[in-house]
Design a protein around this ligand. Structure first.
Ligand code: FAD
Length: 445
């Protein structure tokens, strides 16, 4: 039951969550003259798009670089926002083979690199390259015209007649083809690649259920990466500045703790209450359903929300990303000789094989008997044969590290269940220390 509160502030729209989604909607609404309040629980906005400082290093905590994807640059232009950026080139490496991706033609070099690593599987390599090339063509069609969302369709007749309409049939046809490539990438690769190691080397870049189209479009995506000078968090910063400039209000270090859907009000952790005409929830959905009070709604509305709540709360993540932030007393030049600032590296061509799946499932299903040594031995294999995403912010923009030093963000895909079990058992700190030691050992080699 809601208790009454004294001063209630009223807004046309309240946006909860100052990640990239919340910032974008708040920027557009404030520009449109609405009275907007954005509420963010952290000290700074950005959510997964944020950059933090530590000992003179600057690190990107979530997203390592940005993909324009025909959205970010047109959006910034549309909003009249300046953001200084540089290209963020990618390197891909397996053992001592390292490829610096330059343009579409690098796909041929990738093929040759794989063929040197797996000379017995050139037919399978060629088959997968055909698929990647086909997907790159689909991507060219998808981004073949300027994004219509940011165009004034009523006034810009030339764009509509000369670009949009001729492109539309090709676009629809391509979407149909893409929809056929929605099976999980591992399953799909199983159908064209017999060599387990080769398949792993390609698949272990991605979460297990990543749809084939998205996963195998990575070559196009690598070419699209850019980096704001100062870190990805600069994007959040310029959007927040825009919101304030347009008269929008931002409250940070404020967590929404209750949502009263019948009265169109919310309450925060400081006890303040706000009323809204529209609520945009740009934080996680589970929290929304947990916090929402449905008293006062019709019975039908309550039932609909209750059903939805059950579905949302039952959903659970499986894989997540483990990130290690390293401050190294070695100059940037040492790393520049190895790779670009965004580097996907697999230390062994063997691949994870069953380590990440069957072995882990076995470990989890016999957890009661699993002593720490058994978990650490699994970690040895997991870290030796995994694929690492290594971001070196200083190679993208030199001011990201103190002179003579290098900051690295090393991440790998990890199983959420394993971390959850270990946390429950109370030895997460010991486990992460063991994991970190192994990552550093493997990559130092
Ligand atoms: C390591 C990593 C790499 C990634 N790389 C890419 C990439 O290369 N390209 C790409 O497109 N995507 C990438 N993603 C995905 C991308 O980061 C997300 O899709 C995107 O940032 C999500 O933005 P969001 O605003 O929806 O959510 P979030 O960024 O999660 O923002 C939600 C915000 O809500 C706030 N919040 C939560 N609860 C409350 C509350 N009760 N009250 C107030 N505030 C609250 C949170 O503090 C947070 O700031 C990556 C993700 C990760 C983790």
């Amino acid at each position: 039951m809601k208790s009454t509160s004294s001063a209630i502030h009223t807004y046309d729209t309240i946006v909860v969550g100052g990640g990239i989604a919340g910032l974008t909607s708040a920027a557009y609404l404030s520009r449109a003259g609405r009275k907007v309040l954005l509420i963010e629980k952290n000290r700074e906005c950005g959510g997964l798009v944020n950059t933090f400082s530590h000992n003179g290093f600057r690190f990107d905590a979530g997203v390592r670089a940005l993909e324009d994807a025909g959205i970010i640059f047109p959006m910034l232009q549309d909003l009249g926002i300046q953001l200084e950026t540089v290209k963020s080139p990618v390197s891909i490496g397996v053992e001592n083979e390292i490829l610096h991706v330059r343009d579409g033609s690098s796909l041929g070099e990738y093929r040759d690199m794989l063929a040197r690593l797996y000379p017995e599987s050139t037919k399978e390599i060629d088959d997968v390259i055909v698929v990647i090339r086909k997907i790159m063509k689909y991507m060219d069609v998808l981004y073949g015209v300027e994004n219509p969302v940011f165009k004034d369709m009523k006034r810009d007749r030339e764009f509509v007649m000369k670009q949009l309409l001729p492109w539309l049939p090709k676009f629809l046809l391509t979407v149909r083809k893409i929809n056929k490539l929605d099976t999980p990438v591992e399953e799909y690769l199983d159908t064209i690649i017999q060599n387990r190691s080769l398949r792993d080397i390609i698949a272990q870049h991605f979460f297990r259920s990543t749809p084939t189209f998205f996963a195998l479009s990575y070559f196009s995506l690598y070419l699209d990466y850019f980096y704001p000078k100062g870190g990805v968090g600069q994007l959040a910063q310029v959007l927040a500045d825009k919101i304030r400039k347009e008269g929008g209000e931002i409250r940070t270090e404020t967590t929404v703790t209750e949502v009263f859907s019948d009265e169109h009000t919310i309450r925060d952790d400081h006890g303040s209450e706000y009323a809204y005409d529209n609520l945009i929830w740009a934080a996680d959905l589970k929290t929304l359903y947990r916090l929402t009070q449905t008293e006062g709604l019709t019975r039908k509305e309550q039932e609909t929300i209750s059903r939805k709540k059950t579905t949302v709360l039952e959903r659970r993540g499986s894989e997540s990303i483990f990130s290690l932030f390293l401050e190294v007393d070695t100059p940037l030049e040492t790393f520049r000789e190895i790779a670009h600032g965004h580097f996907f590296y697999t230390p062994s061509k063997r691949g994870l094989n069953e380590t990440h799946h069957a072995d882990l499932q076995q470990l989890l299903s016999t957890w009661q008997q699993a002593d720490r040594e058994r978990v650490f031995s699994w970690l040895d294999t997991f870290t030796a044969y995994n694929t690492y995403e290594i971001s070196i912010p200083g190679l993208k923009y030199p001011e990201m590290a103190p002179p003579g030093k290098t900051g690295l963000v090393v991440s790998l895909l990890a199983e959420y269940d394993l971390f959850a079990r270990i946390r429950e058992d109370g030895w997460l700190e010991e486990f992460t220390a063991e994991l970190e030691t192994r990552i550093v050992r493997v990559l130092s080699k």
